[in-house]
Structure formats: C-alpha cells, structure tokens
Design a protein around this ligand. Structure first.
Ligand SMILES: [Zn+2]
Length: 444
C-alpha cells in the first residue's frame, strides 16, 4: 500500500483510458455513463477534471495510462466495524449473544495502541483491495483505537468517517466508558480530526441499549451544536433488540423516538439496519432526511431479518449500503450487493442492478453528506476509483460479452466476480494509486 500522502501535492495530472462506468449524481437513480473506451482526466490535486468518450485537446499533453480493466467509482461502505474484523465468521449466535461472546472481548483489546494500529492498517488495506475508498467506520470506546484508525486513514488517502464509540452500559466494564471520560476523549478526537482533509467526525452512540439517557443527551447536544458532525448508530436490527429497547425506554413511542428525543434524528444521521421499522417510524424518518444503511450479509448471517427496501424507497429515504463486518461476512461490495438482491427477492422485490450500485456508491456518499465530492466519476469530485479485471475469468468475461445491456453486464459481475479470477486489481484514492495487485501490473 502506498503510504506517503505528501506525494498527493507532487502527483502529476494524468489521463486513464479504458472501459468506464459511473452513475451520475442526479435525482434519478438509473442515470449513468458507460464508454467502451472512455477517458478520465485527473488533476494534480487528485480531483476529476473530465469524464467522457475521448480526451479533450486541452488535456492531450497529459500522461496517458491505458487499461484493459473496467474503471469504476470507488465504493462507499457506510457501516462497518474495524475492531470486528478478527471476529468475522464467528459461529452460531444471534446479535445480542454474538456481541457478548465474540465482539466485546475483541474490542477490549483496542486499548493497546500497537494492536489497534496493526488492525487499522490491515482493515484499510483489505478495504482498498476491494475497491472501497470511503467508509463510515465504528471504532471502540478507546482513544487509542480511534487515533490508530485516523492515522492509518490519513496515510492511505482513505476517505474516513468515524468517531469514538459512546457506550456506558449493557456490556463488560472493559468496553464501557463513563460520560465524563467520554466527553474528554471525544473532544480530543474531534480536535485531532480537524487537520485531516478526508475525514468527518461522527458521534457514535453504539445503540440505545448501550447508552444511558445522559450519554444520548450529550451526543445529541454536540451534534446540534456542530454542523460538521455526523451521527451513526444502529436501529431495529432484531426483534429481541427492539423489545429490550422498549423496556429500557418505556416512555418512547418506538425505537426511532428514543433517538429523536435526544436530538439524534437529523439529516446528518446514519442508522444501520432498520429492518423492523414501523409505519410511524418511516414517516418521521422521511421528514428528518436521515439515511438508512442496509447491511444484507449481516442480516442473513445473524438471521436478524429481511430489510424491506420498498418501505424506504417509496418514501424517498436515502439508502446506503454497509458490509457491517464482523456481523457481516465480507468486505467485498460485490458480495454485499448480490446479497441485497437476494434479500429483496425473498421479500418479493426485484432490484435493478443500478439501484444496488447506487446504494453502494452515491447512496453511501449522500448518507455521509458527501454526495458532491465522492460516489461517482464526475468533474470536481475526488478521483476515487478502482480498476476491475473483467477478462481473466473465461466464464465471467463470456457473461459480460454476451449481456446486451450495461445493467445485465453489471448484474453478472455482481454475482460472478466474488467466485472468479476477475477482481479489483488496483484502487485509486484522491488520484493516487493506493493499492495494486502485484500479479496484474500493467505498463503505463
Ligand atoms: Zn453494526
């Protein structure tokens, strides 16, 4: 992985030419550009200058890199836990058991800075290997864990949203922090993120069950007082969790009301899961402008339930997509998108492949309030993209060639890529190659 961000300022502008796909950032989900031999022009500041079918004369003197791979926007993973990477694929538990048995013991280790640093670097490298260039990431209660992740992200050019996890009840002592200490750590963390260009701080109450009213109140007050802050949490993931929440907050009308009562339901809020959402919650959700983050591999792995996309789509609620590792079982966006298709199908819905790609790119970008900067390949945005090898696997390429429409080609890729030799071979973040598969080096 390239680790020297200082090279960003020294990077020469360039053109990359090849098959190119991107959605467009407008109100219609299915608007896209596809060119069999397109051109993407990248400035020396890592921004996109031009996307189109050929190189305009004004950029003809730029260095040109031709690629046989598909140029694709960097993915946005809008809900993932970096300290849960080591407990991925843990056997046989439902959400609340899984947290107690596997997750909390692992998270306790992140008070040790060297351990956290090693895991943060590993996590971001795996994300870049899969074409993910932005993510909203849960850390732990520990300052060491947050600092390690922020440091690793700024070194790798990764576009990060994160925050120290707020959590002061409902778990072992070594993963809890009292409100006083949390305020201190949180303030330091916000301060340390100010000098990192591709970073936004998110207030991160783990979920209502793990926070007292005092903790939720503090998170809400800070969110209201600072318009740069985002907020990420979980909601309506399992029936047991919904029931436990209503017992713990007897005055709330529903789960969303708990968050709303403390000022956490805003247009800068990301709620993961939202499986057991009620009619009244949908209505209130839509008015707030908050996003829902669909995490399909986690839904099916933990057996939590099936996300009902139509409930959100029909109310124009923005949907992003998350791997939710370690409840989810893969950081690979193609696995997540194909699982979302299957979850919808089991609920009687057929999702357009462009819709799935939208959720994992522009939908995620909008969820983290960065729709104007990332999520598609358009002039002015960051040059965050990956190169996908679509030719090395015979069957996969045959399906690509035989498919008549771009939608069918992408649909085939979604299902076949995870199980083929076709894969992401290089990832650029802010115009710089941050990861490259050594076995697939191409000449410039
Ligand atoms: Zn989660």
């Amino acid at each position: 992985m390239t680790t020297d961000l200082d090279t960003a300022e020294l990077c020469a502008p360039f053109v990359i030419q090849g098959r190119l796909f991107t959605l467009r950032n407008d109100s219609r989900v299915g608007t896209y550009d596809y060119f069999d031999s397109g051109a993407l022009v990248v400035s020396d500041q890592g921004r996109i200058l031009y996307v189109g079918p050929s190189v305009p004369a004004e950029y003809s003197h730029y260095r040109v890199k031709k690629t046989q791979h598909l140029i694709f926007p960097g993915f946005v993973d809008a809900h993932v836990h970096y300290p849960q990477l080591p407990v991925i694929a843990s056997y046989g538990a439902s959400l609340l058991e899984w947290l107690d048995k596997y997750t909390f013991p692992e998270e306790a280790k992140y008070s040790q800075r060297p351990y956290a640093e090693r895991r943060a670097r590993q996590f971001l490298e795996l994300m870049l290997q899969r074409g993910v260039t932005s993510a909203a990431v849960f850390s732990t209660i520990h300052q060491e864990a947050f600092d390690a992740l922020l440091g690793a992200a700024s070194c790798s050019g990764f576009n990060l949203v994160s925050g120290v996890t707020a959590m002061n009840r409902g778990a072992p002592d070594d993963v809890l922090v009292d409100v006083g200490l949390f305020r201190e750590i949180n303030a330091k963390a916000i301060e340390s993120g100010l000098c990192v260009e591709r970073f936004r701080y998110a207030m991160t109450p783990r979920f209502a069950l793990s926070c007292t009213e005092e903790m939720l109140q503090y998170c809400g007050q800070l969110l209201e007082s600072n318009p740069r802050l985002l907020m990420q949490t979980h909601i309506n993931e399992t029936e047991d969790e919904v029931l436990a929440t209503s017992n713990l907050f007897p005055h709330a009308t529903d789960y969303l009301d708990v968050y709303d009562a403390f000022g956490l339901l805003t247009g800068r809020s990301l709620f993961a899961h939202g499986i057991y959402t009620t009619e009244s919650e949908y209505e209130r959700w839509a008015k707030s402008g908050a996003s829902v983050i669909h995490c399909p591999t986690s839904n099916t792995f933990l057996g939590s339930g099936l996300f009902d996309a139509s409930g959100y789509i029909s109310r124009d609620i923005n949907i992003g997509m998350g791997s939710d590792v370690g409840g989810g079982v893969s950081l690979n966006p193609f696995v997540t998108m194909s699982e979302a298709y299957k979850v919808a199908k089991l609920g009687g819905q057929v999702l357009d492949p462009l819709q799935l790609i939208y959720w994992h790119t522009l939908g995620g970008a909008k969820a983290i309030n960065q729709g104007d900067f990332i999520g598609s390949l358009e002039p002015g945005k960051w040059a965050d993209f990956c190169l996908i090898d679509i030719t090395s696997d015979d069957l996969g390429f045959e399906v690509w060639e035989r498919s008549c429409s771009v939608e069918e080609k992408l649909f085939g890729l979604m299902f076949l890529l995870p199980d083929s030799t076709n894969k992401v071979v290089e990832t650029y973040a802010s115009g710089i190659s941050r990861w490259q598969d050594a076995s697939c080096l191409e000449s410039a």
